[in-house]
Design a protein around this ligand. Structure first.
Ligand code: AP5
Length: 216
């Protein structure tokens, strides 16, 4: 199964994608993660993307679609994919169709995670991850059981994303409303969109997604 998780910054796309990976052995393709890795490695793509990401704007369609194409080319055909943070523009949606066809795949479902945008700023500004294993935490919603020590791997170093500040988050939301939300009707016309309430607790959101996938 190939699915898109669609929603504004902080909606919970990454959180839910990680759970689907654990439960179903699917592959999470997060263009945000790929771009951050490129920035860290100072590749040509990373050097081009860095300032754009720091401002909260969108990196070019060609760059992100090339990243997705390369990942799918390297993936075994039977492994299901979760697109997390891609597509984000009408052009990327068109490119995704072509890329999926090229790799003999089809899009099964688009799951829109609906949220209250004011709450999102709080969610994003408070989040951080374990620098060793990437496990996600939040200042208010999810602290490690032993403060300062990762529950999953025992690591003691944590990091925050540079674009997780209020000003950049607001720009990311403007970008979402202007460029990403308008692609939903395209998928609605195909009858493949389902919605979940992203304001519900994380487990409840996961349960709703499981129900949708079981019926798909
Ligand atoms: P990207 O990394 O994709 O960021 P984003 O879309 O802004 O999404 P986030 O990762 O911030 O949020 P999320 O929905 O995954 O939420 P999460 O699960 O972490 O993109 C970053 C940048 O890269 C972009 O701005 C752009 O520059 C560039 N980029 C990436 N893809 C691109 C593309 N296709 N085209 C062009 N440019 C691109 O959850 C957030 C927090 O909330 C966590 O702390 C979590 O624990 C908590 N939480 C989650 N769910 C719940 C819940 N139900 N209740 C309470 N807390 C919750």
């Amino acid at each position: 199964m190939n699915i898109i998780l669609l929603g504004p910054p902080g909606a919970g796309k990454g959180t839910q994608a990680a759970r689907l990976v654990e439960r179903h052995g699917m592959r999470q393709l997060s263009t945000g993660d790929m771009l951050r890795a490129a920035v860290a490695a100072q590749t040509p793509v990373g050097l081009e993307a860095k300032a754009i990401m720091d401002r909260g704007e969108l990196v070019s369609d060609e760059i992100v679609s090339a990243l997705i194409d390369a990942e799918l080319a390297a993936l075994a055909p039977g492994v299901g994919v979760i697109f997390d943070g891609y597509p984000r523009t009408a052009e990327q949606a068109v490119q995704l169709d072509a890329i999926l066809a090229k790799h003999g795949r089809k899009l099964d479902r688009v799951i829109e995670i609906g949220v209250d945008e004011d709450e999102l700023v709080h969610r994003i500004v408070g989040r951080y991850t374990c620098a060793t294993c990437g496990e996600g935490y939040h200042d208010d919603f999810k602290q490690p059981k032993l403060l300062g020590t990762c529950d999953k791997c025992g690591g003691t170093t944590f990091k925050r994303r540079k674009d997780d500040n209020e000003e950049t988050v607001r720009t990311r939301m403007v970008e979402y409303r202007a460029k990403t939300a308008p692609i939903l009707p395209l998928y609605e016309a195909r009858g493949i969109v389902s919605r979940v309430d992203g304001m519900a607790p994380i487990d409840a959101v996961s349960g709703a997604i499981e129900t949708i996938l079981a019926k798909a």
